[in-house]
Design a protein around this ligand. Structure first.
Ligand SMILES: Cc1ncc(C[n+]2csc(CCOP(=O)(O)OP(=O)(O)O)c2C)c(N)n1
Ligand SMILES: [Mg+2]
Length: 371
């Protein structure tokens, strides 16, 4: 006999739609710098709010100066960061000093605010080995060039943290392009299965070099990819420093509480080119799109918010700008003083005890270099 209550029809499309609808953009500060989500306002003191602004302004200057230094031939590899300050620095602001950072090539600012001396960041840009000879106790890994690879490494670092019973987390960053890599899925899946204290950030800046986000995946959001790994996923306005901070702080609290990892998509934009190696954004982005994102500028929005509270003004801003310029000048001078890198240096720093073949090569290069 047929059941009286008719079961809902099998509808795979509806299941997907239902999941996708759940991922709404989390925002606290709108483009005018007004609070639109009071109940989620993070608990930050006036001093902390000013410090976050200070870091964003400083980093914008660092970006401008780095681009100039690169053009003058005084820096090597450089991936511009303007537009991504809220995504990068507010997420970092939610961390503690002994948390581990596993960055991508664009994430040098987070390393600097975690304690990497600026002159070392410049040396890293030049490919000098001293760039990543890290100060004792600084929990960072070198910026990863292979896109997505740091996601797997983060699952491992986070599991190590858990096994040692530490109250810290491992955070990693990739881009919208990186989210298509196999490593992305392996990393979030493994960390989910072992409830490892990891925070996986996808900085969706709309492009992977020239490939637009729409070509990257059929999924409506990248955040929803968390569902397949059985972990929470958050879609956040990546131009809103307060929303980014709140989302990462919440993920961190749950991670140290033994609740496992979170995937966070920060929706943002890079104002500059992909890197300083020669791509021309005008070939793949229209001025209309650029203008639309200019209006969402994370610095403008946060500045308006702080000015309305009487916590920021032109004088404070100029002080930060002058300080940044001064620090950069000093740091590049210090980077220039590093010894010229030799092939024998690269060999001798590789291992504590060199295998016989490298010992041979070391001698060959030392002999060449002494001529
Ligand atoms: C495994 C791998 N494939 C290709 C590249 C070349 N590559 C370097 S950056 C990049 C685009 C990455 O875009 P996205 O992940 O969105 O990060 P974004 O640069 O926008 O921050 C590509 C394809 C690479 N570095 N590693
Ligand atoms: Mg991208």
């Amino acid at each position: 006999m047929a059941s009286k209550t008719k079961k809902a029809q099998f509808d795979a499309k509806k299941t997907l739609e239902t999941i996708e609808e759940q991922f709404e953009m989390f925002q606290i500060l709108n483009e005018e710098g007004e609070i639109v989500n009071e109940s989620e306002m993070p608990n930050l003191s006036d001093e902390q709010l000013q410090e976050l602004m200070r870091r964003m302004v400083y980093t914008r200057i660092l970006d401008q100066r780095s681009i100039s230094l690169n053009r003058q031939g005084r820096l090597g590899f450089y991936a511009p960061t303007a537009g991504q300050e809220a995504s990068q620095l507010a997420s970092h602001f939610a961390l503690e000093s002994d948390d581990f950072i596993l960055p991508g090539y664009r994430d040098v600012p987070q390393l600097i605010w975690h304690g990497l001396p600026l002159y070392q960041a410049f040396l890293w840009s030049r490919g000098h080995y001293q760039g990543m000879q890290l100060p004792e106790g600084l929990n960072i890994l070198p910026p990863q060039i292979i896109i997505g690879a740091q996601y797997v490494q983060t699952a491992g670092v986070a599991l190590g943290i858990k096994k040692r019973g530490k109250n810290t987390v491992a955070i990693t960053y990739t881009g919208d392009g990186g989210s298509s890599q196999g490593d992305f899925y392996e990393g979030i899946n493994f960390a989910g299965a072992y409830k490892a204290p990891a925070i996986f950030i996808v900085q969706n800046n709309q492009f992977a070099i020239s490939t637009p986000r729409e070509k990257q995946t059929a999924a409506r959001t990248i955040a929803q990819k968390a569902v397949a790994a059985g972990i929470p996923g958050v879609l956040v306005d990546g131009m809103d420093a307060l929303a980014v901070y709140a989302a990462v702080r919440d993920a961190r609290d749950r991670a140290v509480n033994g609740e496992g990892p979170t995937l966070i998509e920060t929706v943002c934009y890079r104002y500059g080119p992909h890197t300083m190696s020669g791509d021309d954004p005008t070939r793949y982005r229209t001025a209309d799109v650029d203008n639309e994102w200019e209006k969402k500028d994370p610095l403008v929005r946060f500045r308006k918010f702080l000015e309305a509270k009487g916590l920021w003004n032109e004088e404070k801003e100029n002080e930060v700008i002058e300080q940044a310029k001064e620090d950069i000048k000093e740091a590049i001078k210090k980077a220039d003083q590093a010894p010229k890198q030799k092939v024998s240096d690269l060999i001798s720093i590789m291992a504590e005890e060199l295998p016989y073949n490298l010992k041979e090569q070391l001698e060959i290069y030392k002999a060449k270099e002494s001529k």
